[in-house]
Design a protein around this ligand. Structure first.
Ligand code: HEM
Length: 283
């Protein structure tokens, strides 16, 4: 985090997403899935293209499909190459390859895991760093509180996940007919659950619509629920805490140029692609 922020400190301005938040999670997940450094920008570019949706777009367009195939081909080759090299390494992609060797996963599953991890490990964490920087800038009293007492960082990350989580929805299939608050759902139907709204349920959280970094509730829905809840939750929490710690230490007085904020074009991923900031330059 420090080495990514340092080159910008003397300038007094940077794009917090493009110059920082988009880079660190990709570096980390790439290490875990063995994407070599020279390929990382290319893989991140595909991930961005894959999730990009035009206004009013339904289904996938050519840009999304091309990115999907490019990533599929890439992880096909990487998995084949790695499969020959790796023996007994203790990391997530090696575990997936091991499962293929043991007949528990097909080669297509392995390619799917590569794509899933490259996207899941990258987009949402990047966006949460932007969302947290934005909310702390909007609520400067909260930012000062955190600067004065860095031990609040864990709670502040949880509150950002609850108040402005970077995944808006999860999908589920209805197992049996059910009625929830007057809404009838039939077995077999597919539903989109708006977890970002559940995390602001006023029956569950006092002042649900206020951003309070001392709240400390981990009982939100930002990482989903059940056996498919987010595999990377601990990693994401750690990455965001480390990034925010360094931002607040190195550029505590950052101001956001609100007119330059740009949101991600995707109905599910919530956050900014551009967060232009200025701050007091330092050596
Ligand atoms: C702030 C960052 C993140 C957020 C908000 C987030 C959110 C989510 C959500 C909501 C789900 C669906 C859960 C469900 O259906 O119940 C999910 C699944 C998943 N996430 Fe994350 N995630 C984040 C970071 C990460 C990271 C860093 C990784 C990679 C290590 C990751 C890997 C995955 C995977 C593999 C799944 C699928 C799990 C399954 O279907 O069993 N996520 N995530």
């Amino acid at each position: 985090a420090v080495s990514l922020l340092t080159p910008h400190l003397g300038n007094g301005y940077m794009d917090l997403t493009q110059d920082f938040a988009a880079l660190l999670p990709m570096d980390v997940i790439s290490t875990m899935i063995h994407v070599p450094e020279p390929d990382q920008d290319m893989v991140r570019g595909w991930a961005d293209d894959l999730i990009y949706r035009e206004d009013g777009q339904f289904g996938l367009n050519e840009r999304n499909i091309n990115a999907y195939f490019a990533m599929g081909n890439y992880f096909d080759e990487l998995a084949t190459e790695m499969s020959e090299k790796l023996q007994g390494e203790d990391d997530i992609f090696s575990a997936v390859l091991q499962a293929e060797r043991q007949g528990q996963l097909t080669h297509k599953d392995v390619i799917g895991f590569g794509i899933l991890l490259a996207i899941a490990g990258n987009e949402t964490t990047t966006k949460l760093i932007g969302n947290m920087s934005y909310r702390l800038w909007q609520h400067k009293d909260q930012r000062q509180l955190l600067i004065n007492d860095p031990s609040l960082m864990g709670k502040a990350v949880e509150e950002t996940l609850r108040f402005d989580g970077s995944t808006q929805m999860i999908g589920r299939q209805v197992m049996k007919d059910v009625e929830i608050r007057g809404c009838k759902l039939k077995a077999g139907e597919r539903v989109g659950l708006c977890i970002i709204s559940a995390s602001r349920d006023e029956e569950k959280f006092d002042n649900a619509n206020s951003f309070d970094i001392t709240r400390g509730s981990r009982d939100h829905m930002a990482f989903g629920k059940g056996i498919h809840s987010c595999v990377g939750a601990s990693l994401a929490r750690l990455e965001v805490a480390v990034c925010m710690e360094e931002i607040l230490r190195l550029i505590p007085d950052y101001e956001i140029d609100e007119a330059g904020l740009q949101r991600t074009h995707n109905p599910n991923v919530r956050g900014f692609t551009h967060v232009p900031i200025s701050f007091t330059p330092r050596k």
